[in-house]
Ligand binder design. Structure first.
Ligand SMILES: C[S@@+](CC[C@H](N)C(=O)[O-])C[C@H]1O[C@@H](n2cnc3c(N)ncnc32)[C@H](O)[C@@H]1O
Length: 256
């Protein structure tokens, strides 16, 4: 985005999608977003590597679900601005007929996504808020790309930590997913040994478009309910997962 912001964009408040974009080396951000990133990096110099690992995990998860489980439909909630190795690009590398619905509650992210996805018949971008999971579900079905009776890959990647207490919402999503569906989650974690740094990050986000709620590994795992947890080491090396654990945790669960 140029520094001459279009009307309607608040360039002075750091925005969680644009903070992440800048972390990933993207260009869709403004000075306030970049300033927030600099402060986060001071507390967690590992952050840039962390967001890359996050994307790597997402790509490996989608490749696995498409190639080995045979899932051909995905709903990516809190999809954000990333333009490379997106869910449909990775899935199409295995199955060109795979479908993806991207969901985000940020209208600017949605405008951006629609522009990028124009002329892609197997992909859609819909506006929706994770705090209203049934609405997200019905909008995803309305695109005609998702068959609610078939297994689906639902991605909640680096988004749940922007919600205060989203356990009921995630439980609703789990309930709506057909048996054999998979839930992919990555989440900012909270480690006692880095509690001061975590507090700094929390402060930075408190001035952004959304606050942040890092959680313990146990609390992150609770999002999977009774889903069968797969071995995360299949999707990211144990060594990287350990490094990543300072910042976050990543997992995949299968609905029985
Ligand atoms: C850090 S980005 C993650 C992007 C992508 N999932 C990834 O991990 O590469 C988080 C995204 O979640 C979106 N988001 C935050 N709260 C949300 C909510 N309540 N419902 C839907 N999307 C939300 C933000 O707008 C942002 O685009």
């Amino acid at each position: 985005m140029s520094e001459n912001a279009p009307l309607g964009i608040d360039v002075n408040t750091p925005n969680v999608a644009r903070i992440y974009d800048y972390m990933l080396g993207g260009k869709d951000n403004f000075a306030a977003d970049r300033e927030a990133v600099e402060q986060i990096i001071k507390a967690f110099p590992e952050s840039r590597e962390g967001v890359k690992l996050n994307r790597e995990f997402l790509g490996n998860a989608v490749r696995y679900l498409t190639a080995e489980v045979g899932i051909s439909q995905f709903i990516d909630i809190g999809a954000g601005l990333p333009t490379q190795s997106t869910v449909h690009q990775v899935a199409h590398g295995v199955n060109p007929e795979a479908r993806a619905v991207y969901v985000d509650n940020d209208p600017i992210v949605c405008v951006h996504g629609r522009a990028l996805l124009a002329n892609s018949p197997t992909v859609a971008m819909v506006e929706g808020d994770l705090r209203r999971p049934e609405e997200i579900w019905s909008r995803a079905l309305e695109t005609g790309l998702i068959d609610g009776g078939q297994p689906v890959g639902v991605l909640l990647v680096a988004v749940l930590h922007f919600l205060e207490d989203p356990y009921e919402e995630v439980a609703k999503l789990r309930e709506l997913m057909a048996p054999g569906s998979h839930l992919v989650i990555t989440h900012l974690s909270m480690r006692d040994e880095r509690s001061d740094d975590t507090e700094t990050v929390r402060q930075v986000y408190s001035k952004a478009s959304s606050g942040v709620v890092p959680r313990s590994l146990d609390d992150i795992r609770r999002f999977f309910g009774d889903f069968e947890l797969l071995d995360s080491g299949k999707f990211i090396s144990a060594h990287l997962l350990r490094r990543f654990s300072i910042l976050g945790w990543a997992g995949i669960g299968r609905k029985p």
